[in-house]
Design a protein around this ligand. Structure first.
Ligand code: GTB
Length: 216
């Protein structure tokens, strides 16, 4: 059955692969699953047809036959559970890989999104600099803990998994910042993810959308 995901018609990430459709694209490429993309304007995202799929008016969503899913973590887990290559066969290792999906979205991503929110929405406030220092301290705490756990391993727990895909996708939102550069093993971990063929195919596909819109 055809898989259809939704993505920004004009992504504010300007083809840098930071919007969350990228991580779903990546998972589908790792699973060697072809997919269609329905591109949505910001307006269309808030209209009833899309709200029926995604109650918060956001992307991505995932449709396959009579299944409609939202929440990128849930979509990635669904893909991983239904296709080989993203979760180990061993049941305990599989459970640990799923734990890393949750760790990425519920422990690591919120502190990183806090920094983006502060920079985009609070930059003019008198307390911005002090607030940003606290936010970045919280990010560094989590990065230090993740760095210690990863050590010199290639992936978080054995072979590459959906947990790595989600964690690397979250860490990529720090790409280019001096913060991630302070954790060389995490920078190298992210680069290993970016070097994967599936990542590069997903990145090229989402960037092609931006280039087409920019050329239009
Ligand atoms: N928890 C949901 C969150 C989905 C979400 O945040 N979607 C964003 C796009 S990805 C977040 C995002 C947006 C932009 C950049 N960027 O770099 O420009 C990066 C990430 C969205 O639709 N925003 C529009 C809205 O909320 O009205 C999930 O993981 O699926």
């Amino acid at each position: 059955m055809t898989i259809t995901i939704t993505a920004f018609e004009r992504s504010p990430d300007r083809g840098r692969g930071l919007a969350r459709d990228m991580r779903v694209r990546w998972a589908l490429e790792e699973a060697a699953q072809p997919y269609d993309v329905r591109l949505l304007s910001f307006k269309a995202m808030k209209e009833p047809a899309h709200l029926a799929l995604q109650p918060f008016g956001q992307i991505p969503t995932y449709e396959e036959g009579d299944l409609a899913l939202f929440e990128s973590g849930a979509i990635i887990l669904h893909i991983a559970e239904h296709h080989p290559g993203l979760l180990p066969d061993d049941k305990n290792a599989r459970a640990r890989a799923i734990a890393w999906i949750f760790a990425a979205v519920s422990t690591m991503e919120p502190v990183i999104v806090d920094r983006e929110t502060a920079r985009f929405e609070e930059g003019k406030e008198s307390w911005y600099e002090e607030h940003l220092a606290h936010v970045e301290r919280r990010i560094r705490k989590r990065l230090g803990e993740l760095s210690a756990r990863l050590g010199d391993a290639e992936w978080l727990d054995g072979n590459f998994s959906a947990g790595d895909l989600q964690m690397i996708s979250v860490l990529l939102r720090l790409k280019g910042s001096e913060i991630l550069r302070d954790y060389p093993n995490l920078s190298a971990y992210v680069e290993r993810g970016e070097a994967r063929t599936a990542y590069r195919r997903a990145f090229a596909a989402q960037k092609a959308v931006f280039l087409a819109v920019s050329a239009g």
